[in-house]
Design a protein around this ligand. Structure first.
Ligand code: PMP
Length: 384
């Protein structure tokens, strides 16, 4: 049965991107693979807004990219984790496995740690690194990265941003904003299958990679650095096997981003997100993110008042739209997440809102059937 995937990742894959991976295998020294890596690495520089940073594409996903950041740390250094939810907390769980000191600042579900709190903590401590999550996928809340970095830049060596749920769907001008490390995963707003973590690292941060770096072997970015440099220049190189077919698809996805134009792509995400939020609110539901300025282009958490989230997700899937469960422990089974990233269109917004109000109504949640679609439609009509 046909189903539209309005998920927080993995997301829908454009047919063109899928087809780029439908071919015989090629070797890691083949011109096809080397060319695909070279163009994907170049594309990554553009999408992350990091023309002078070192791009990396490594196996794994968001988490391997996050853990590889331990390549930039040494024993005993102090790290501040700014966490707005489950994925912010993931940094704490990673750093606990390494000999570093970890402090954290946390926000309640739906909220975000305000820039002045981060500034205060950084000024009254000596942190080597601060980690931030651009869009916290568990709640759909966006942290104002540019403002936070302006406040802390002079007092911390490394600013690390998890852009897993933002890169290619939100503005991420990492170099202009003076972020040292920005990372993402292939299965999010780049709209590819899962399997790769992608990073861009500033020259200063890169110079911290050494034999004393804390990372293990596989995720030691020192092992990947020369491979990435060679491949970007069109020369074959090997440290460990990369996911060949995924790289072929990633190269195609970056080409499509270029064709669409990054600004247009971000505008499309912003428009579809707003269309969905208008529909959700007009049918009488509440959005998890508290402050409208923190609404993200990529994920919307929607609170439910009566029906358990699991029932809604099952009924929605039966009706042809797959959404994501809420994963924040403070709101267990009380909210659902609509993912709107990658190749999503205004028609997806209409279909999602229409199916949601019909489904919730049949399950007994009090919604105003028709009002959601009307609001989404009116908004889209004003934009298109
Ligand atoms: N950070 C964020 C913000 C995420 O949304 C995710 C995945 N949902 C991750 C990290 C982890 O990525 P992965 O599942 O690809 O390891």
């Amino acid at each position: 049965d046909r189903r539209v995937l309005m998920h927080v990742g993995p997301v829908e894959i454009e047919l063109d991107v899928l087809l780029a991976g439908v071919r015989e295998n090629v070797g890691f020294t083949s011109k096809e693979f080397v060319h695909a890596m070279s163009s994907a690495l170049k594309g990554l520089r553009k999408v992350m807004g990091t023309p002078h940073y070192q791009p990396f594409i490594i196996p794994g996903g968001g988490t391997s990219a996050m853990e590889s950041v331990t390549s930039l740390l040494k024993k005993g250094e102090k790290v501040l984790v700014v966490s707005n939810g489950v994925f912010g907390d993931r940094w704490i769980n990673i750093f606990k496995r390494y000999p570093v000191q970890v402090d954290s600042l946390k926000a309640g579900a739906g909220d975000y740690v305000k820039p002045e709190r981060v500034e205060q903590a950084v000024k009254s401590n000596q942190y080597t690194a601060v980690t931030l999550t651009h869009v916290e996928t568990s709640t759909g809340v966006r942290e104002p990265i540019k403002e936070v970095v302006e406040r802390i830049r002079d007092n911390v060596e490394l600013v690390v941003v998890d852009g897993v749920a933002s890169v290619a769907g939100e503005e991420t001008r990492a170099e202009e904003w003076k972020v040292d490390v920005i990372l993402t995963a292939s299965q999010k707003a780049l709209g590819c299958p899962p399997g790769a973590g992608l990073l861009a690292i500033s020259p200063d941060a890169l110079s911290r990679i050494s034999e004393e770096s804390l990372s293990g072997y596989y995720l030691h970015l020192g092992n990947w650095l020369n491979v990435m440099r060679a491949l970007e220049e069109g020369k074959a190189s090997y440290f460990a096997t990369l996911p060949v077919h995924l790289i072929l698809m990633l190269a195609r996805a970056f080409a499509l981003v270029e064709e669409e134009g990054l600004e247009n792509r971000i505008k499309r995400h912003e428009m579809v997100a707003e269309a969905i939020r208008r529909g959700v609110e007009a049918m009488g539901l509440e959005i998890v993110a508290r402050d409208p300025s923190s609404y993200s282009n990529t994920v919307t958490g929607v609170k439910l008042s009566k029906v358990p989230a699991s029932d809604v997700l099952n009924a929605m899937a039966d009706a042809g739209i797959e959404l994501a469960p809420g994963v924040h422990p403070d709101l267990a089974n009380k909210y659902i997440r609509i993912g709107h990233m990658g190749w999503i269109t205004p028609n997806d917004a209409i279909a999602t809102v229409a199916t949601l109000e019909r489904t919730l109504n049949s399950l007994g949640e009090s919604v105003k059937v028709g009002e959601g679609v009307r609001a989404t439609q009116e908004y889209l009509s004003s934009r298109l």
